[in-house]
Design a protein. Structure first.
Length: 305
């Protein structure tokens, strides 16, 4: 079933069972968001996706507002721009300026939106809020001072992983995200919250300070650790595999990846011989000596290989 709507003055036919944000996506109109994710329930708490509707008393959160017949939607009016600038300013009040040392730099949603709606200076003169880090295990690096409370990670552990290991404590300015009893995440899908986090609050601990996103070259691949063929993206810097990320495939893994498949590259990479050589005996002990390719081919040919 479809409905007729008008987006930024252009008529569109969109699905009747979606939201305004989804209708804008179908029309090719980009609407910024932090808390919304198509695989998770709607939270509507970041307010970055505000749009203007005809005859509406105020701006509406497009991620939570159902689309209806005859709607006239504007995503780029001065009121919308001013509201998004205000939302972003509040998000940056307590967000530290960690971009030069943050592993999320270069692929950070907050960084991207700050380029569009951010100011070149801040009006907040008081001390920024600091949050004590609570370790989540050997795979997840936490810097919770950067957290913007989008709750994507909480909804993932409850709705997708089914463990409910993350939640919020405190209210208002004192709200914090973490495990209730300060224990490590035990889900086999725990590292997916790294992909979901729109800022650098949750990052990959094995990947920490290894490479920047623009230094890597992506290659499409499949997960070698399972038999269902989960689609993956292998990021290489030169000839070295630095990380593995999930690749979208609706019929198999959607956009999730197990921790085993995500971090198996370390085992694949370790113990590999970087160049040819041969084993020789030295004082009764085997020693591996490197050789050039011509010498190696000659030895192989002499051995009848």
């Amino acid at each position: 079933m479809f409905v007729q709507v008008e987006i930024n003055g252009q008529p569109w036919t969109v699905g009747a069972d979606g939201t305004i944000l989804q209708a804008c996506e179908q029309a090719g109109v980009d609407v910024p968001r932090f808390c919304y994710h198509e695989r998770l329930s709607i939270a509507g708490n970041c307010r970055m996706c505000l749009v203007e509707l005809e005859n509406a008393p105020k701006l509406a959160a497009s991620c939570a507002m159902p689309v209806m017949e005859g709607m006239k939607i504007w995503t780029d009016t001065p009121a919308v721009k001013k509201a998004r600038e205000g939302v972003l300013e509040f998000l940056l009040v307590n967000h530290p300026l960690d971009c030069p040392i943050c592993d999320q730099g270069g692929e950070c949603d907050l960084q991207d939106q700050a380029m569009v709606y951010g100011s070149d200076r801040g009006r907040f003169q008081e001390y920024k809020r600091a949050v004590e880090d609570k370790p989540c295990g050997p795979l997840i690096q936490t810097v919770m001072t950067r957290c913007i409370h989008c709750t994507r990670c909480i909804r993932f552990t409850s709705e997708i992983a089914g463990t409910g290991e993350l939640g919020t404590t405190g209210r208002g300015a004192q709200m914090e995200v973490g495990t209730y009893i300060e224990k490590a995440l035990t889900s086999e899908l725990s590292a997916n919250i790294v992909d979901l986090c729109p800022v650098g609050a949750l990052t990959s601990k094995p990947y920490a300070f290894t490479a920047r996103s623009w230094e890597t070259a992506p290659t499409e691949s499949l997960d070698p650790t399972d038999a269902v063929g989960s689609h993956t993206r292998v990021d290489l810097r030169g000839t070295e595999v630095v990380r593995i990320l999930p690749r979208f495939c609706e019929g198999i893994n959607e956009e999730w990846l197990s921790d085993k498949g995500r971090f198996c590259y370390d085992a694949v990479r370790s113990g590999r011989v970087p160049q040819p050589g041969r084993w020789e005996s030295f004082q009764g002990e085997p020693v591996f000596l490197t050789a050039d390719w011509s010498e190696t081919f000659a030895d192989a040919q002499a051995a009848g290989w």
